[in-house]
Design a protein around this ligand. Structure first.
Ligand code: NAP
Length: 552
């Protein structure tokens, strides 16, 4: 057994180790730990990694950075915290984000409530006690009243099932499991497999160092410039002064961004006006190209085609070799049908003679060999293979934790046809379990709506405690309702079924929409209703007598 300072049994005769057990030290878990303590609960956090950060701990590959504006992604619960952290760049690089999250943990004295290198392997609901017993691979076995799984939506790396992956004699890394010690790229022959947000971020950053870089692309993506910039002292002053106004905009926007919505449609403008507007979009920061673009660009095929043609022309202008340029232009989906990556020097990189692009639609990978990668055109040798092949989105981590609810119900069985939730944070048959930042919550700038859920959970637990209950669970009717709302919203979403938001990238995974098209406004509205109705939406009961209240 490992010598841990925490926990001791609570001194309340309950035999519990803690009131709230949190799993995952990412943005959401840290906030949940902070708020649980602030609200008078004992709370403890288990984390599989060796440090704080969650996605910003594991994804430490070169070039990894935000594509939400740093200050809109960061915590907004403390003006003092906001004032004292000066983000260096509009879109911070991973090391700064990791430093920031460590700063938050230390500033609010949370580290002593955290255990690292402790991956949860089982979580079992105990009836009739109404508690959870949680086991981790460091030997921890803890009993808690409430279990909050803040395990993230992009935390289980996906490796395609290609023959021979284990045979490769060089070194290989998944972007989502990047090692802490620096990887030496200088003079190495490097392959990057995958051209989603991770692949297109790492490739240009290592291109100058390597002996050769070969990018294996199965599907081209609509990449547009991130347009990163340092944040000036003047900008920092402006941000501090406008903190409350900024919070208000973020809290009322559909996706948790500051970019103003545009009411004009693409064909309200003449061709020349459109070109000028698209140029402004091309030069705008990150997600402004979705949020502030023409109102119909994501929903009208003709408008979308105009924007795509504008991007395609940019690609042809930037990339010297017309054949490479053509391969880099998507033919199978419109802009926004998949989550678009934002890039710096990505297309420019292909003018570097050391860089080549393999189109896997023309020459698929046959197998990974001891020396490299074999496609239908032959074998190429590499020293390093980077797997930028994505994640088991939304449900991956929750379904791997061995969660067992009432009557031993396995979460994998309850969600066999896709996740079923109320508010994207509870599921029927699993009392006292919450999963903020999981599937079905909203869509957009994650910390904003994950934060809403954490605040709601903390409020709910406080209500439960203050009213003499200790079990809270959602009944099947509300779970059905929210899940049906999510399913209906899938057709209103710009994302197509080829997007990993439908689980399409994982073989055998049910094709179900994993986001909530209603976004934060829908989440806010429903949360407000639940609170206004004194949590009657939930079933509240006492473990001692099982007394039930609420129809759920
Ligand atoms: P991803 O978007 O799922 O991309 C995975 C890539 O791997 C795709 O190009 C995919 O091709 C390819 N791939 C999968 N299986 C393959 C196979 N068998 N053979 C060849 N290629 C294969 O994953 P990601 O790039 O890690 O990004 C995931 C998400 O993480 C992003 O959408 C974003 O939300 C987040 N992220 C954010 C940032 C940021 O800027 N803040 C950076 C990185 C990641 P297909 O398209 O053909 O399936």
């Amino acid at each position: 057994m490992i010598d841990h300072p925490e926990p001791t049994h609570l001194d309340d005769g309950s035999g519990l180790d803690t009131d709230v057990l949190i799993v995952g030290a990412g943005v959401t878990g840290i906030y949940q730990l902070y708020l649980a303590h602030k609200s008078g609960f004992s709370a403890l956090l288990l984390e599989a990694g060796g440090g704080v950060g969650g996605t910003w701990y594991w994804n430490r590959y070169p070039g990894c950075r935000f594509d939400s504006e740093s200050y809109t992604y960061a915590y907004l619960f403390s003006k003092e915290l906001f004032d004292e952290w000066e983000w260096a760049e509009l879109f911070a690089e991973q090391p700064e984000t990791e430093r920031y999250l460590n700063h938050v943990v230390d500033r609010f004295d949370l580290r002593r409530h955290m255990r690292f290198d402790a991956r949860v392997t089982a979580a079992t609901y105990d009836e009739p006690a109404g508690t959870w017993t949680v086991v981790a691979d460091d030997g921890s076995r803890l009993r808690s009243r409430y279990l909050v799984a803040t395990t993230g939506v992009l935390s289980v790396p996906f490796y395609p099932d290609l023959p021979g992956r284990q045979d490769f004699r060089g070194v290989s890394f998944h972007t989502g499991l990047w090692p802490e010690s620096p990887v030496e790229f200088a003079g190495r022959r490097v392959a990057v497999i995958g051209t989603g947000s991770s692949g297109v971020q790492i490739a240009p950053v290592i291109a100058d160092q390597v002996a050769s870089l070969t990018v294996y692309q199965r599907s081209a993506n609509w990449c547009t410039p991130l347009n990163n910039a340092p944040i000036t002292p003047e900008e920092h002053r402006r941000l501090r002064a406008g903190f409350e106004a900024m919070r208000e905009v973020l809290n009322t926007s559909l996706a948790g961004f500051l970019h103003p919505a545009n009411e004009r449609s693409a064909f309200d403008d003449s061709e020349d006006e459109r070109r000028v507007f698209f140029e402004t979009m091309w030069n705008s920061p990150g997600f402004a190209k979705l949020s502030s673009n023409y109102a119909d660009v994501l929903f009208d095929d003709a408008a979308n085609a105009e924007w795509c043609e504008f991007i395609a022309k940019k690609v042809r202008d930037i990339v010297g070799d017309p054949e490479t340029a053509d391969k880099l232009i998507p033919k199978d989906h419109g802009f926004g049908e998949k989550r678009p990556p934002f890039v710096t020097d990505y297309y420019e990189m292909y003018n570097n003679p050391k860089v080549s692009l393999i189109d896997l639609k023309e020459t698929p990978i046959v197998r990974i060999t001891e020396r490299g990668i074999e496609t239908t055109e032959g074998e190429a040798e590499f020293d390093i293979v980077v797997w930028a092949t994505g994640f088991d989105f939304g449900t991956g981590a929750l379904l791997r934790m061995g969660i067992r609810g009432r009557d031993g119900l396995a979460l994998e069985d309850h969600w066999a046809d896709g996740p079923r939730t109320f508010l994207g944070l509870q599921t029927t048959g699993f009392p006292n379990l919450f999963f903020p930042g999981g599937p079905h919550a909203a869509a957009g700038n994650n910390p904003r709506y994950n934060g809403d859920q954490v605040e709601f959970i903390t409020h709910a637990l406080t209500f439960v405690r203050d009213h003499g209950y200790d079990i809270i669970e959602v009944g099947p009717e509300l779970e059905d309702e929210w899940t049906a709302m999510v399913d209906r919203g899938a057709s209103k979403s710009p994302f197509g079924e080829a997007s990993y938001f439908f689980g399409t990238n994982i073989p055998g995974k049910p094709r179900k929409y994993l986001l909530n098209s209603g976004g934060r406004p829908k989440l806010f509205k429903e949360i407000a209703k639940v609170v206004a109705n004194d949590y009657q939406a939930f079933r509240l009961s006492r473990s001692s007598d099982g007394g039930d209240r609420g129809e759920g």
